[in-house]
Write a protein that binds this ligand. Structure first.
Ligand code: NDP
Ligand code: MG
Length: 380
């Protein structure tokens, strides 16, 4: 029986991972981690009986210890606990489904411990890809993408020689505001931005999809996962979210992976790679679909994507500045303290203000994150 740990088990990807586990009945979950959702976490502990579970705050962990006193699960807390969950001795694979840069340390610890990674937590690869990819190679662990576009590319690349990739065509839905100008996006409220046309996801990534910062983070993620140059990654808007991404090869041939928008497919593919399994759910009905439309992204009105390309070309800690500024700006937008269009403004201003570092260590990445937060807090 395959054994896994799930970090961020109560979130959108985490719960869908456990749905896949439940449907297949041949994976054992040995560790779970969440921030604060004790109701869902306790139910997961009772169903999957992990050896270890982590909650971020110690007082909440204590509460969970009392609630689960009848079980043999050990409850831990904080970063130390999250790292313990990521390195739980029996797990062979760790699903990283926490949101944000908080995933860096546990992901590195899991790789150090020789665990394969099913990676959903893109912020970790965006900020620390230059450390994580070589480390994974050294430790001979697999980084299996869960992000649907990257899973599509990964699927398309099976049996191909990576050296023959000429372009990666990363598809984007364009989000709920596709086609709008900046002027038309001035008054957008959180509740408008939280309505994504094709995907149901956690709040942070839903806002990132509305600003197209998500696609920018994915461009950077693609560079690290597939070892291509920034010039080789092109974003194509495909509003129906049917084509999950494409690869053009040296001979001009283009291969794509298509399907309904369902994250359980990339999750299941990562859990059982290289095997494919039956997955219940809707199938594409091409006749009903009628057409698949494609267009270029609008980087003028959706500055977040253009800024991510800038950060990718500049490298070093620039993607960290972009990502940290975005994480804080999204939190502020969701609280209602800044406007929608201030998200890219805050990112751009931070990228100009925070000192550049060429090859940041983990400590320097986390320092850059703090510097970025402090700089934004002193001005906005
Ligand atoms: P959610 O907000 O739905 O879930 C986040 C999860 O992380 C929750 O379980 C949350 O716990 C947990 N968490 C947050 N902070 C901590 C912490 N400090 N310690 C432990 N657990 C923590 O996010 P999503 O599932 O949507 O996204 C997760 C990641 O996957 C993101 O990086 C996102 O970009 C990526 N992704 C998501 C996709 C999707 O379809 N949702 C698609 C592609 C990528 P709690 O519930 O207790 O707060
Ligand atoms: Mg994606």
């Amino acid at each position: 029986m395959k054994k896994i740990a799930v970090l961020g088990s109560t979130g959108s990807i985490g719960t869908q991972t456990l749905e896949v586990v439940r449907a297949n009945q041949d994976i054992q979950v040995t560790a779970l981690a969440a921030r604060s959702n004790l109701v869902v976490l306790e139910a997961q502990i009772r169903e999957f009986l992990p050896k270890l579970a982590c909650v971020w705050e110690e007082d909440r962990a204590e509460e969970l210890r009392k609630k689960t006193a009848d079980l043999s699960v050990r409850i831990v807390s904080g970063m130390e606990g999250l790292i313990e969950a990521a390195t739980e001795s029996e797990a062979e694979l760790v699903v990283t489904a926490v949101v944000g840069m908080i995933g860096i340390r546990p992901t590195i610890a899991a790789i150090e411990a020789g665990k394969d990674i099913a990676l959903a937590n893109k912020e970790t690869l965006v900020t620390a890809g230059h450390l994580i990819i070589p480390l994974a190679q050294k430790k001979q662990v697999k980084i299996l993408p869960v992000d649907s576009e990257h899973s599509a590319i990964f699927q398309v690349l099976q049996g191909e020689d990576k050296k023959t990739i000429s372009r990666i065509l990363l598809t984007a839905s364009g989000g709920p505001f596709r086609g709008r100008t900046k002027e038309e996006m001035k008054e957008i409220r959180p509740e408008d931005a939280l309505r994504h046309p094709n995907w149901t996801m956690g709040k942070k990534i839903t806002i990132d999809s509305a600003t197209m910062v998500n696609k920018g983070l994915e461009v950077i993620e693609a560079k690290w996962l597939f070892g291509v140059e920034p010039e080789q990654i092109e974003v194509v808007v495909q509003p129906q979210s049917v084509i999950h991404s494409m690869v053009e090869f040296a001979d001009g041939g283009v291969l794509a992976q298509l399907g309904t928008p369902d994250m359980k497919l990339p999750i299941q593919y990562a859990l059982y790679y290289p095997k494919r399994r039956y997955l219940a759910g809707q199938r594409l009905d091409f006749a009903k679909l009628g057409q698949i439309t494609l267009e270029a992204p609008d980087m003028e009105n959706f500055r977040g994507l253009a800024l991510a390309y800038q950060a990718l070309f500049k490298g070093g800690n620039m993607p960290t500045i972009l990502n940290a500024a975005n994480e804080l700006a999204v939190r502020r937008f969701l609280e209602g303290s800044i406007r929608f269009l201030e998200i890219p403004e805050i990112i751009e201003a931070s990228m100009q203000a925070i000192p550049y570092r060429e090859y940041p260590s983990v400590e320097q990445i986390l320092e850059t994150e703090q510097e970025t937060y402090e700089w934004i807090e002193s001005r906005w």
